[in-house]
Design a protein. Structure first.
Length: 401
């Protein structure tokens, strides 16, 4: 059974690992892409922070190395590297992977050099400090007044708070820009909330440490509230990375399935023309099934080409406009009326079989072949089609009279 504190470490680890697993194939495939490398590094460091910050892991590292509390500079270093990866990711993401300007290069060098110096300083301060008593959960407050260790705690918290503030600010500014994909915008919102929540972690830690400096005991802020804030923050950040990828994937799958379903009325009508069914394979992907249905419909429409009445199509379009339909829907209704008329004409023909030479002499069907989705959609509304057909037939009947 996991305790509440253990869940605060292992829950974000699982979510971050899922995010890393989703991104990993793309990272491996395009390893030279600095943006993907930055994402991979961020998720890897984030996972490592929560794994090594767990009390059980802290005890194991201390016992393995034989140095009490050596997990402290190790975890602080991982957290500092994570902060640097946040900033590097934002630089690569905002400026674009092809940006090689002096400002971008200078920003990258500044982030790498500053946070590398922080890591070196963390280990130097730990070497100078005297921390003989192992603390698995409250090291920050227990050694808050210890020389050198005090400075180390303040240093890593400052580095973390600065990175969170800058990253959150840049992300929220980015969200307000125009032209963002909807899934990317939602991902950025979760990222922004995650980095903002990280500031609660810093505030809790700083408050507990300062309370120790003034002789008060508010260790629960550091031990429990900060851990919960870090858990929530990491989960939000992981979801922020998952949403654009998973959302785009699911929307594409949904589009394919809906497009296949919307073509069903036109497909069933074209089956009366060919007398055949579209090719089917049980293990076919959604994309392949959609392509096969589209191909089947277009091939059948080509067989109807010599029976298409362009005059009827023009009259039907005018009739649809007169009935109050918008131009796009009017074109689809006119095409549907024309196709239904061609199907009936073909059935009444003495020789329904059409040779390729006859097909090639028919009307131009390019426009019709490009609007099969719209035509299939209006076939679900036979009342509209009959209204357009009846109105379009009036001028023709008057002319014959």
């Amino acid at each position: 059974m996991f305790s509440g504190l253990s869940i605060s470490f292992w829950l974000p680890t699982v979510v971050l690992t899922v995010a890393l697993a989703i991104k990993l194939p793309g990272i491996i495939k395009t390893w030279r892409d600095p943006l993907l490398r930055a994402v991979g590094g961020l998720l890897l460091f984030a996972c490592a922070v929560f794994v090594f910050a767990a009390p059980n892991t802290i005890a194991w590292v201390n016992r393995t190395t034989g140095v009490p509390n050596i997990s402290a500079p190790w975890v602080y270093s991982l957290l500092t590297a994570l902060c640097a990866s946040w900033l590097l990711l934002i630089i690569a993401w905002r400026n674009g992977i092809s940006d090689r300007s002096s400002v971008t290069r200078r920003a990258i060098r500044w982030v790498v050099s500053v946070y590398a110096a922080v890591v070196i300083a963390l280990w130097a301060l730990f070497a100078a400090a005297d921390v003989p008593v192992e603390r698995l959960r409250d090291l920050d407050t227990y050694y808050a007044n210890t020389p050198f260790m005090r400075e180390e705690i303040v240093l890593y918290l400052l580095a973390h708070a600065v990175a969170c503030s800058i990253t959150a600010r840049l992300i929220w500014n980015w969200i307000r820009t125009d032209g963002l994909d909807a899934w990317l915008r939602w991902g950025l919102r979760f990222l922004g909330m995650g980095y903002a929540t990280n500031l609660l972690f810093d505030a809790s830690k700083f408050t507990a440490v300062i309370a120790r400096w003034t002789g008060h005991d508010m260790d629960w802020l550091s031990t429990y509230l900060a851990a919960s804030a870090a858990c929530v923050s990491a989960t939000l950040v992981a979801v922020g990375f998952i949403i654009p990828h998973a959302g785009q994937y699911l929307s594409e799958r949904w589009y394919v399935r809906v497009s296949h379903w919307r073509l069903r009325p036109l497909y069933l009508l074209m089956r009366t023309v060919t007398g055949n069914r579209e090719p089917f394979a049980l293990r076919s992907t959604g994309e392949l099934r959609l392509i096969r249905r589209e191909t089947f419909i277009r091939d059948a429409l080509l067989q109807l080409s010599r029976h298409l009445d362009q005059g009827l199509r023009a009259r039907s379009y005018d009739a649809a406009l007169a009935l109050g339909f918008r131009p796009g829907r009017a074109e689809a209704l006119a095409a549907a009326v024309t196709i239904l008329d061609a199907v009936e004409t073909r059935k009444q023909a003495e020789s329904p079989d059409i040779d390729p030479a006859a097909d090639s002499s028919g009307p131009d069907t390019t426009h019709l072949l490009q609007r099969i989705q719209e035509v299939s959609r209006v076939l679900r509304h036979p009342d509209d089609i009959e209204a357009v057909r009846a109105r379009a037939a009036v001028p023709a009947e008057s002319a014959r009279a």
